[in-house]
Design a protein around this ligand. Structure first.
Ligand code: BGC
Length: 423
């Protein structure tokens, strides 16, 4: 065996999982994003050239990216219907945990009215995971909300938080007894940046002040959720899924590069986590990017290797990030997402292998890393980019009855996990 990995380093009980979000896979969801994408699908298709023509993959994705259908989540990958089949895949991949979302708009389609069939669905869903020996990690909010909530101004108004509290309380009352791990919020920084700074996602604003207000309200939303959940069951382990980047100075010791690195590390990575440090039992973070800063806040990454989406890939960048996260918080850490868009499955195995080696290194240095969730189990709906980016360990052919096929890199991972289980 010439594998670089040494699975023996990972403790028994380490969580090897995959991550999803309801809106990106389930299908048939009516929420604020569904309304927005229908209104913007045509425009996204018409401007696809502007956004993606520079990508090496463009000739291959052009047709799809210029088709408005690409930007509609629609049937998703029918995970809502096929979840048992998908959970069987988790078993096949030798994974022992799964991060998934509960869609608020399904549970509370009208203000104050619970859809009992949807509530029951997620009970069965969790039970089916448990039946297969899979630990459920429930994620409460992954950016989407019911339209009645966004019509009221969503998270921009502090008084609206009572509605989120009610949703959290419902989750606590219904599911707390069936769970140990709950993630309250996914990537508040990405949500605010894309919706209110860059202005590419709904509600497509460039309004930093409003963005800041929402960011603060999300801090509040998390703290309140933490209290509600703990009051129901003290043993719950609660955290967020933050988006952390491995931010580095392009020219170490250059004054300006170091300065922008410091500012960005604090602003992007630590600001939110610091505010909730007393209201989290673990630190959960998603890792995709290493960003090199040069001068004042200008990114200058190497040209290669890049993923299908043009993202510069440095999987081992997770190592310094884990070391720093541990130094800051001294709490158990979960990598709640990590992965790449790679339709030809060219880089995924390499990415996984480098990530595993980086995790081995931090574990041997004493970092309390408890789990790793690959993004994603299935090819899924990549927000305003639609269906062409392929993040799945499992390929989904939406043209042919949503056929699922395990990618070779995933088989490689499954074999490593089988070795680990035997140890
Ligand atoms: C998000 C996912 C998204 C993934 C890839 C993360 O920021 O949580 O919803 O699909 O990145 O872009």
């Amino acid at each position: 065996m010439n594998e670089k990995t040494n699975m023996g380093v990972f403790p028994k009980g380490f969580f090897w999982g995959a991550s999803t979000s309801a809106y990106q896979v389930e299908g048939g969801i009516a929420n604020d994003w569904a309304v927005w994408e229908l209104a913007h699908a045509k425009e996204l298709a018409l401007t696809a050239h502007q956004h993606y023509a520079h990508l090496p993959l463009w000739p291959e994705i052009k047709k799809q990216a210029e088709d408005p259908e690409n930007y509609v989540a629609g049937k998703g990958v029918e995970h809502f219907k096929r979840y048992k089949e998908d959970f069987d895949l988790l078993n096949k991949l030798n994974l022992n945990s799964f991060r998934f979302g509960i869609e608020w708009a399904r549970l509370e389609p009208e203000e104050g009215h619970w859809d009992e069939a949807a509530v029951a669905h997620y009970h069965t869903y969790i039970a089916e995971l448990r039946k297969r020996g899979i630990e459920p990690f429930l994620n409460i909010w992954h950016w989407t909300v019911p339209t009645w909530f966004s019509d009221k101004g969503g998270f921009s108004k502090k008084q609206n938080l009572v509605h989120f509290d009610r949703f959290v309380k419902k989750i606590a009352d219904e599911y707390a007894e069936e769970l140990t791990y709950i993630i309250t919020l996914n990537e508040p920084n990405v949500y605010v940046a894309n919706g209110y700074l860059v202005g590419e996602w709904l509600p497509q604003q460039k309004n930093p002040l409003l963005g800041m207000r929402i960011y603060l309200n999300l801090v509040r939303a998390h703290k309140r959720a933490y209290r509600i959940l703990k009051a129901k069951k003290d043993g719950l382990q609660i955290g967020v899924a933050a988006q952390l980047a491995n931010i580095q100075a392009k020219r170490p010791h250059n004054f300006f590069d170091e300065l922008s690195t410091k500012v960005m590390r604090y602003g992007w990575n630590w600001w939110f986590l610091r505010r909730i440090r007393k209201q989290q039992d673990f630190v959960g973070f998603n890792y995709y990017f290493t960003d090199y800063y040069t001068g004042l806040v200008k990114r200058k990454n190497p040209q290669v290797p890049i993923s299908d989406m043009g993202w510069y890939m440095e999987p081992e960048g997770i190592y310094p990030l884990l070391i720093r996260t541990w130094a800051h918080y001294k709490k158990p850490i979960f990598i709640t997402e990590n992965g790449l868009a790679d339709g030809h499955d060219e880089y995924r195995r390499w990415w996984l292998e480098e990530s595993i080696v980086a995790m081995e290194r931090v574990i041997s240095e004493g970092v309390d890393l408890r789990g790793y969730f690959y993004w994603s189990l299935l090819d899924n709906f990549e927000w305003n980019k639609g269906w062409w980016p392929k993040f799945g360990l499992v390929e989904v052919d939406r043209e042919h009855d949503m056929k699922r096929t395990i990618r070779p890199s995933a088989k490689w991972l499954a074999a490593r996990l089988a070795d680990w289980q035997k140890l």
